[in-house]
Ligand binder design. Structure first.
Ligand SMILES: Cc1cc2nc3c(=O)[nH]c(=O)nc-3n(C[C@H](O)[C@H](O)[C@H](O)COP(=O)(O)OP(=O)(O)OC[C@H]3O[C@@H](n4cnc5c(N)ncnc54)[C@H](O)[C@@H]3O)c2cc1C
Length: 399
């Protein structure tokens, strides 16, 4: 039985390694990825400040996969013909018995004019390094800064992390007094995070904003970004010498170019709670590629929900388990809706952190807590070290 996994990151790498570990010789597993490197994306927020280099947070996944008996194809998947079970890639056609789509997101930079040209984005190695160079220039001639998330964005947490990190960096550079720092967000309230918040979250973030003298605007979108200012959908214009924005995520071109998958308008794969495609029983999705229904009513300005690392990893595990069960002739599959997966996250706040734990990601929840740690961000560092260690060693079954 041959399973092809497209995308070898949090979701895809986990799915591939888990399936190979469980299925051993009976399962042939192939990972297709454009990049041979695994990158621990959450630590990209530290790259602009020189706290991490890209090499510190990445490793060769092709070597790891081959060592574990998984074939690796360093190429781009172009589209899939699910009727004939063939994936077209830049290196030729690949056939499968089961297909796992774990392709993550594409960044929608054209969400508003000027976002691509004048706002920085820290979610890619290249973007993080360009941000570092821009900050080096900025510190010679400081001025106002705008940080935030645009309309339709869902990954607000990373933008909050960058905000508190830049605030700390400004103090370390002794230029904080010369900088008016603005936070802009489409969220209806601070700390909504696209999950309708956590107990005490809004109050905590409001006190952080006050303590660090950060001006903020909620329920705003971006109309246009210019080299020296950001025009908001509210009509307000904020001066800005340095802008970092988190645009929305959409599905990747592979999904868009595979019409038979009947993806949502935003390019995500419709699946049931076992992560199996609604129509094609041998097609699965994991991680950000999964279509997740919003757990809250949108406000004045649209925004989306976060698809973080923990549920990405978990859905990779569920998919591997279900393909394995089917191969053993079982019909009962493991099910867990995205929003019922526990919420586990550490938000860095610039050598401080907030630990976020809940029994389920979305409401209703039985248990939810936010624990601030103002002494140091050692849990975030620990999480990074642990995740890189377990992934480098292919120990994908660990939590
Ligand atoms: C700046 C930032 C900070 C974050 N911080 C946190 C955090 O602190 N905690 C947390 O839990 N989450 C965080 N996240 C979210 C986390 O990174 C994602 O949840 C996780 O990366 C999703 O994993 P994935 O496998 O679904 O997709 P991705 O990690 O995006 O991986 C997709 C993979 O698919 C490959 N691919 C895509 N298309 C193709 C194709 N056509 N052919 C071949 N290969 C393809 C890509 O090369 C990539 O390797 C952060 C995200 C960002 C951007």
């Amino acid at each position: 039985m041959r399973t092809v996994v497209i995308g070898g990151s949090f979701a895809g790498l986990t799915a591939a390694l888990e399936l190979k570990r469980k299925g051993k010789e009976q399962h042939e597993v192939t990972v297709i990825d454009k990049s041979p490197l695994f990158l621990f994306i959450p630590s990209l927020i530290w790259v602009p400040f020189g706290r991490r280099e890209i090499k510190d947070i990445s490793f060769r996944k092709d070597t790891l996969l081959r060592k574990k008996g998984v074939e690796f194809m360093n190429t781009e998947a172009l589209n899939v013909d699910p009727e004939n079970k063939i994936v077209k890639t830049s290196m030729g056609d690949v056939s499968y018995d089961h297909l796992v789509i774990a392709t993550g997101p594409k960044v929608k930079y054209d969400v508003a004019p000027g976002v691509k040209e004048y706002a920085h984005y820290i979610g890619t190695p290249n973007g993080a390094m360009k941000t570092r160079a821009a900050l080096e220039e900025f510190k010679e001639n400081p001025g106002p800064i705008v940080i935030g998330a645009t309309q339709n964005a869902g990954c607000m947490g990373a933008a909050y992390e960058f905000l508190f990190n830049i605030e700390k960096w400004l103090r370390e550079q002794h230029i904080r007094k010369k900088v008016d720092l603005y936070w802009i967000t489409p969220e209806t309230y601070l700390g909504h995070f696209g999950i309708d918040g956590m107990p005490g979250g809004e109050t905590m973030l409001k006190s952080f904003m006050k303590m660090f003298h950060i001006h903020y605007r909620t329920e705003v979108g971006v109309k246009e970004v210019f080299p020296d200012k950001v025009e908001l959908t509210s009509g307000e214009v904020l001066p800005s010498k340095f802008t970092m924005l988190m645009p929305p995520f959409i599905g990747v071109d592979f999904v868009k170019n595979s019409p038979a998958l009947r993806a949502t308008e935003t390019g995500y794969i419709p699946v049931t709670n076992d992560y199996r495609h609604l129509t094609y029983q041998d097609v699965w999705a994991a991680g950000i590629a999964v279509d997740v229904k919003l757990p809250f009513k949108p406000g004045k300005v649209p925004f989306s929900g976060p698809k973080t690392g923990y549920p990405s990893d978990e859905t990779g595990k569920i998919v591997a388990e279900n393909i394995y069960r089917l191969s053993k002739g079982k019909t009962k599959l493991k099910e867990k809706a995205w929003g019922r997966i526990p919420g586990i996250c550490v938000m860095d706040a610039g050598k401080k952190e907030v630990i976020i734990i809940s029994d389920t990601l979305f409401k209703p929840r039985k248990f939810a807590i936010m624990i601030p740690n103002v002494l140091y961000d050692f849990n975030k560092v620990l999480f990074e070290k642990y995740f890189l260690w377990k992934t480098k060693h292919g120990l994908s079954y660990l939590p």
